[in-house]
Design a protein around this ligand. Structure first.
Ligand SMILES: [Zn+2]
Length: 326
C-alpha cells in the first residue's frame, strides 16, 4: 500500500467532525490578548493575514452551534504580529504557535513572548509571530482543521485546501522578499502530550500505516527538533541549556526512531510521514529552523501547563541569547 495515499473519504471526515465539541474560546483566550497587543501598539504591529472559509462545506455544526461560512470566517480572523522593521538589517526571527491547535502551550508561549519580551528585544532583532495558526483546532482541542487536515503536513504548495498553512507561507514569502535576506531562525512551538497515543495512530492509519498506542512514545520531558541543515551548530545545544533550567529534558535514547542527543533530535527529512512540515518550509527561508516538543503532563496541573509555556518562551529567548553572545 502506498503510505502516502489518504484512505479517508467525506463520510470518515463527517464521522470525525460529529465527535468534536468546542472546548476553548479563540475569542476569549486568544483574540482578547491580540486586541490588547493592538491597543498597546509600539513596536508590535498586529496584522490580519486572511480569512478562513468552510471551503466545500455550507455549514458546520459543533456543540449544537451551526456556523455558516460567514460565521466561520468571522469566528476565526487570522493575525500575526510584526515587531520592528524587517528591512533594517537586524536578525529576523519567526515564531509560530498553534500549528496543532490542541498543543496550547505553543499558542500561549507565543502570546507571552509578544506581551513580555518582543518589545524589549526589538533593539537587536525583528520578529514575525503567528500565535495561533489553526484556530478551529484550538477551539475543539484537536490536531486537524475542520476538513480533517493536519496543518503540519501541509506547508507545501500541493495543499491549497489547507489555508491554515498556505496563508502563513504567503506572509513568510512576502516578508522574505521584502527583507531581502534569509531569516536568522524560526521556531514552531509544539507539545507531545499523552493524548498523542490516541491521536497519532489515527493519523498514521488513515494513510495505511499500521500503528497502535504502544508504538507511540511519549517522552518524559522536552526535546527540540533541529533541521539537519541548520547553520548555527551551537544554537540547539544552547537552547537546551536554557530550557533545562525550567523543565526536564527527555531522557530517552531514541524518539520515534531518531537519536536523542541530550534533548536535540535531527529529523530524518526524507520520511514520507514528515512531508510538508512547517519547520521544513521555514528552513527554505531561514538559516536555522526548529520545532519544540514539550511534555505538559510532566507535572499535575496547573504546574504542567505553566512549565510548558515557560519552556516555549525560554526556547525563543535561548535563540536570542545565543545570537547576542556568539
Ligand atoms: Zn504538534
Amino acid at each position: 500500500m502506498n503510505p502516502k495515499k489518504d484512505n479517508w473519504n467525506e463520510s470518515d471526515k463527517q464521522k470525525w467532525l460529529a465527535k468534536q465539541t468546542f472546548q476553548r474560546s479563540y475569542k476569549d483566550q486568544v483574540l482578547s490578548r491580540i486586541e490588547r497587543l493592538k491597543r498597546v501598539g509600539g513596536a508590535v504591529k498586529v496584522k490580519n493575514y486572511g480569512r478562513l472559509s468552510l471551503q466545500n462545506r455550507e455549514s458546520l455544526r459543533i456543540s449544537e452551534i451551526s456556523l455558516s461560512t460567514d460565521d466561520y470566517s468571522d469566528r476565526y480572523p487570522l493575525y500575526y504580529a510584526e515587531v520592528g522593521d524587517i528591512t533594517n538589517g537586524k536578525p529576523n526571527i519567526i515564531v509560530t504557535g498553534g500549528t496543532h491547535g490542541y498543543e496550547e502551550s505553543g499558542v500561549y508561549g507565543a502570546l507571552e513572548f509578544l506581551e513580555k519580551d518582543a518589545s524589549r528585544k526589538v533593539d537587536k532583532f525583528n520578529f514575525l509571530v503567528f500565535p495561533c495558526i489553526s484556530p478551529f483546532a484550538y477551539e475543539v482541542n484537536q490536531r486537524w482543521t475542520h476538513d480533517a487536515w493536519d496543518p503540519n503536513r501541509s506547508f507545501d504548495r500541493s495543499k491549497p485546501y489547507v489555508p491554515e498553512a498556505q496563508l502563513v507561507m504567503d506572509v513568510v514569502e512576502e516578508a522574505h522578499s521584502r527583507a531581502g535576506c534569509d531569516f536568522c531562525a524560526t521556531v514552531d512551538l509544539h507539545e507531545t502530550p499523552d493524548r498523542d497515543k490516541v491521536l497519532m495512530p489515527l493519523q498514521y492509519q488513515r494513510y495505511g500505516i499500521e500503528m497502535s498506542a504502544d508504538d507511540i512514545l511519549i517522552p518524559n520531558g522536552y526535546y527540540l527538533i533541529a533541521h539537519s541543515a541548520n547553520q548555527s551548530k551551537g544554537m540547539a545545544r544552547h537552547i537546551i541549556d536554557k530550557v533545562k533550567q525550567v523543565t526536564p529534558i527527555a531522557p530517552d535514547k531514541e524518539i520515534q526512531g531518531d537519536k536523542n542527543n541530550d534533548g536535540v533530535i535531527v529529523l530524518a527529512e526524507d520520511s514520507v510521514t514528515h512531508q510538508g512540515l512547517n519547520q521544513s518550509f521555514m528552513k527554505t527561508k531561514a538559516d536555522n529552523s526548529f520545532t519544540t516538543e514539550i511534555y505538559p503532563e510532566i507535572h499535575p496541573e496547573p504546574r504542567g501547563s505553566q512549565e510548558a509555556i515557560a519552556a516555549q518562551r525560554t526556547t525563543i529567548l535561548g535563540i536570542l541569547d545565543f545570537l547576542e553572545n556568539q
